[in-house]
Design a protein around this ligand. Structure first.
Ligand SMILES: Cc1ncc(COP(=O)(O)O)c(C=O)c1O
Length: 407
């Protein structure tokens, strides 16, 4: 008799996005003539750049001829793409062997699957607020207790708030896996080298492993801020980096990412090279490689034209972010992030609860944001606004906030 994995029952209901949709629909039904302006989405909206389209077309074209057709490729990814990524890292003085880089179909699956390398009794630390995948994947794997009072028992939450600049303090207890996302979704905060170094030193000392999600690295324009965890000395001993072409080059629908598992990475019962070998084993067993067309697209992103054209689209989104931040500040509203990240973390006026402010913004300005409390306990009192969107829509949304929101 089959029985289900009852850890799924522990998952807190997927309440956030369905509740946003419900409230937005209710408003739309009551106000059919009002245009609803969306400032919540974390999805790219602008077309792929010409250099990348050419790369993808080349990938399709190769499949049309017997001399260049390919079926399954290496599970680890196209060697040329891994070598090219390695060279691209060298610009930041990070030196990786192609064998340390694993191409994937995106950062979401890798950030969910990476926990499978670690023992069931590993203690997991996550930032609060948090990108929910890190939490839910560990819940499903059975590393937490029940969800109660907005938290999972057995999970170590590292609060990120105004006091600590939305970057967590070091854990006060022993932890085994630490998830860090920088630039951060949802707060838009970016870790400095010093902040990362603190965590790297802590992890090396305690043989913990950091899972570093750099999916938004392309939004960092400040040259002093690290785009990769490996810019910090010691990180190759203790950190796995997960990354993506989604937000960098508009691949949200194309699907391509990569994960770095350095040969030097160690943990309590794993000497150098073993974790790399385990991820290789995991991928060759459970993954059949990223799409060959998408990988041609990835190579095109990494070409000089691809890098500069894709960066222009990132700059366009960051122009949206500046517009949003400027309007909020003109209105006396406090916000964080949005300087080196596409997310703006708006502090609700008068300590309003996130959902109350969500309703107010929708009712008065017809703008949809994402309630911060949906990302965790410490997100209460905040709203996430996103810079992804067509300029004219962002313009309409900020004008409506400026003219209609009563504060
Ligand atoms: C922090 C973070 N990591 C990973 C992802 C998913 O990236 P991908 O499209 O490569 O799966 C997202 C998507 O929104 C994200 O916010």
């Amino acid at each position: 008799m089959a029985t289900i994995n009852t850890n799924f029952d522990k998952l807190a209901a997927g309440y956030l996005f369905s509740e946003i949709a419900r409230r937005t629909k209710e408003f739309a039904n009551k106000n059919p003539d009002i245009e609803i302006l969306r400032l919540g989405i974390g999805n790219t909206t602008e077309p792929l750049v010409p250099a990348v389209i050419n790369g993808l077309a080349k990938g399709v074209e190769k499949l049309s001829r017997v001399e260049t057709y390919s079926g399954y490729g290496d599970e680890q990814g196209n060697l040329l793409l891994r070598e090219t990524l390695g060279k691209w890292y060298q610009k930041r003085k990070v030196f990786l062997d192609p064998g340390e880089i694993f191409i994937s179909d995106g950062a979401k699956s890798d950030s969910a699957n990476i926990q499978s390398l670690f023992s069931k009794d590993s203690v997991i630390a996550v930032c609060d607020p948090v990108y929910p995948v890190y939490v839910d994947s560990n819940v499903i794997a059975g590393r937490t207790g029940e969800f109660s009072g907005g938290k999972y028992k057995g999970l170590v939450y590292l609060p990120c708030n105004e006091e600590n600049g939305f970057f967590p303090d070091l854990p006060k207890r022993k932890v085994d896996l630490i998830y860090i996302c920088s630039p951060n979704n949802p707060t838009g905060a970016v870790a400095t080298k010093k902040q990362l170094k603190n965590f790297v030193d802590f992890a090396v000392k305690t043989k913990a492993v950091i899972v570093f999600d750099a999916a938004y690295f392309a939004y960092i324009s400040d040259p002093k801020l690290p785009r990769s965890v490996y810019e910090v000395p010691g990180a190759k001993e203790c950190a796995i980096e997960i990354n993506s072409f989604s937000k960098w080059a508009g691949f949200c629908g194309v699907r391509l990412g990569w994960t770095v598992v350095p040969m030097g990475l160690v943990c309590k019962n794993s000497p150098q090279g073993k974790l790399n070998m385990l991820w290789n084993r995991r991928q060759t067993t459970m993954f059949n490689g990223a799409s060959n067309i998408a990988q041609e697209g990835g190579l095109a992103v990494l070409s000089p034209k691809g890098v500069s054209q894709s960066q222009k689209v990132v700059d366009y989104y960051m122009g949206n972010a500046r517009m949003i931040k400027k309007t909020l500040s003109k209105m006396g509203l406090k916000s964080f992030g949005g300087d080196n990240a596409p997310y703006i973390w708006l502090k609700t006026p008068g300590n309003m609860k996130s959902w109350d402010f969500f309703d107010k913004l929708l009712l008065e300005a017809h703008v949809v944001g994402i309630p911060g409390s949906g990302f965790g306990f410490s997100g209460e009192g905040y709203l996430r606004l996103s810079a992804f969107g067509h300029r004219e829509n962002i313009q309409k949304a900020v004008e409506s906030i400026y003219q209609n929101l009563k504060i």
